[in-house]
Design a protein around this ligand. Structure first.
Ligand code: SAM
Ligand code: SF4
Length: 501
């Protein structure tokens, strides 16, 4: 390909968008969304309670039902909504919190999104694509923190297209590190990817390289606002290419897909409705919704005026409602809160509103893990500023003190429990049972290999409670899972690693 311009012009395959349109229309009907939000203002108490009951039965809500919940203002009902959201989380995910680390591999980007430090116009950004040797160094540093799951993040550029992404996935999986205690090894067992939307043939390359979840955020579901923020002559300027990225991923065989919106670009209620419509359209075409949903909130980004002055900045209170409504509306999906958020809000969203995944010890600078750079030390290589820079050990300890068990479980996709299979199991509450066992096994590994003495002290009490619960649950006895679990637990305590159910 002769130039970046030629490459840009060749990315979008119109036929791969058109096949999913319905009578030439995509699934975001703005008028309908505004009408739904307007129509369900001042909802009736009983109606709200009926909707909460539907969520508690782990059923996806309709857009009209979601609009009803978005319009709740009555403090008593808001409280009931929060309690129901937490009950849904408990039913599907119990007291588990999954940790991952983000790894930024390239800040080269052909696009110019107005909120992002990587945008092509930002000439102060120092650009770099990690070589495979540098990827290995970064991954080694992440593994040495105790991580076992990673999300690899890339700008959009021909130098870091699908072949580079596939190579880097394989490289990440290839790194093995001896644990600090000399007890076996640790490695990254699941690599998720956040990258630009791709054509189906490229998605297949990532699938062959062993991608876990493919994640793309729509940024905003509102077409007009989308056009204002993403110049039309860029790849990202094509709203529908992005809107159907997950449909193409599913068609390529990647059945764990992750959707999200960047909160702060447009009205938050509209974005929640957009996410729910997205989940429904995936269900319609593939019989399953998103594996996870994200609601990143816009943070200050180097050289971006918009990131701090958007008229749609979302308050902490509104973020709590976003999470509660999403938890209720798409009850089977994981909800991700990232280190973009400050520690206080992050903890609340996990403990009281039903978030199920988070990151810690995160570094966004290209090459920042191996060099142990704090974000203040390389502001010219970061995409935006983090609200929480605490270590994995610190965050695990805080949540363990709150009764949340850390899980690094990656068994699901390695045992074929992905896509519709995992969704069915989650809806029936069965997958959660396997996850409970795997959470204990992976937490045991972490406590043995990486935990500080303070974290170990809290962790041992928590794991003892979990073991007691497991021993008393009829499900495990009925399914004859206990002997295998007990033997895995003992083998891990003696130094074996990566045993899962
Ligand atoms: N370049 C790819 C893309 O745009 O899809 C993937 C990587 S991009 C680095 C990942 C996500 O970061 C974007 O989808 C956007 O939602 C988020 N992001 C960009 N600027 C941000 C900011 N200022 N604060 C918080 N999140 C931001
Ligand atoms: Fe590039 Fe993604 Fe940043 Fe947009 S959000 S400028 S596409 S890295």
């Amino acid at each position: 390909m002769s130039s970046v311009k030629d490459w840009t012009a060749s990315v979008i395959k119109q036929a791969e968008i058109d096949k999913y349109l319905d009578g030439g229309k995509d699934f975001i009907d703005e008028e309908q969304i505004f009408a739904d939000i307007e129509k369900h203002k001042n909802p009736d108490k009983q109606q709200v309670r009926d909707i909460l009951q539907k969520s508690l039965d782990i059923k996806i809500l309709t857009p009209a039902e979601t609009a009803t919940l978005l319009n709740v203002e009555d403090p008593e009902l808001l409280h009931e909504m929060q309690e129901a959201a937490l009950a849904v989380k408990k039913k599907v995910y119990d007291n588990r919190i999954v940790f991952f680390a983000p790894l930024y591999l390239s800040n080269l980007c052909v696009n110019s999104c107005k909120y992002c430090g990587f945008r092509a116009e930002n000439k102060d950004e120092v650009r770099h694509v990690l070589t495979m040797d540098e990827v290995r160094d970064e991954v080694a540093a992440v593994i040495d923190e105790g991580h076992k799951r990673m999300i690899a993040v890339y700008g959009e550029h021909p130098k870091n297209g699908a072949d580079y992404i596939a190579d880097s996935i394989s490289t990440i999986y290839s790194v093995k590190r001896t644990t600090p205690t000399g007890n076996g090894f640790n490695n990254i067992r699941r690599v998720n990817v956040n990258a630009a939307p791709m054509e189906i043939a490229d998605m297949k390359k990532l699938w062959r390289a062993g991608i876990g979840t493919f994640q793309v955020f729509q940024e905003t579901y509102h077409r007009g606002r989308y056009a204002e923020l993403h110049p039309a002559n860029t790849v990202k300027g094509n709203y529908r290419w992005r809107l159907y990225a997950m449909h193409r991923a599913m068609e390529a065989g990647v059945d764990d897909v992750a959707i999200g919106a960047l909160f702060g670009l447009y009205d938050w209620k509209f974005e929640v409705m957009g996410l729910v419509h997205h989940a429904w359209d995936l269900e319609k075409h593939f019989g399953i919704g998103p594996h996870t949903v994200s609601f990143p909130r816009m943070q200050p980004a180097p050289g971006s005026f918009l990131s701090e002055h958007s008229p749609y900045i979302v308050s902490d209170e509104a973020m709590k409602r976003v999470v509660a409504v999403l938890r209720l509306a798409i009850p089977y999906s994981g909800l991700i809160v990232t280190a973009r958020e400050n520690p206080v809000l992050k903890r609340e969203l996990i403990n009281h509103y039903g978030c199920t995944q988070t990151d810690a010890s995160s570094k966004l600078g290209i090459g920042a893990y191996a060099k142990k750079l704090k974000q203040e030390e390389n502001p010219d290589k970061v995409q935006f500023m983090l609200g929480d820079q605490r270590s994995l050990d610190e965050v695990i300890r805080e949540l363990a003190n709150d009764g949340m068990i850390t899980s690094f479980c990656t068994a699901g996709y390695r045992c074929g429990r992905t896509g519709d299979k995992i969704m069915n199991l989650l809806e029936k509450g069965v997958e959660g049972k396997f996850c409970k066992l795997n959470a204990v096994l992976t937490f045991r590994e972490y406590l043995n290999d990486y935990a500080s003495p303070e974290t170990r002290e809290v962790g041992e009490k928590l794991i003892a409670r979990e073991l007691q619960e497991i021993e008393s649950m009829p499900f495990f006895t009925d399914k004859k899972l206990l002997p295998t679990f007990r033997s895995y637990y003992d083998r891990i305590a003696r130094g074996e690693r990566d045993l899962y159910m």
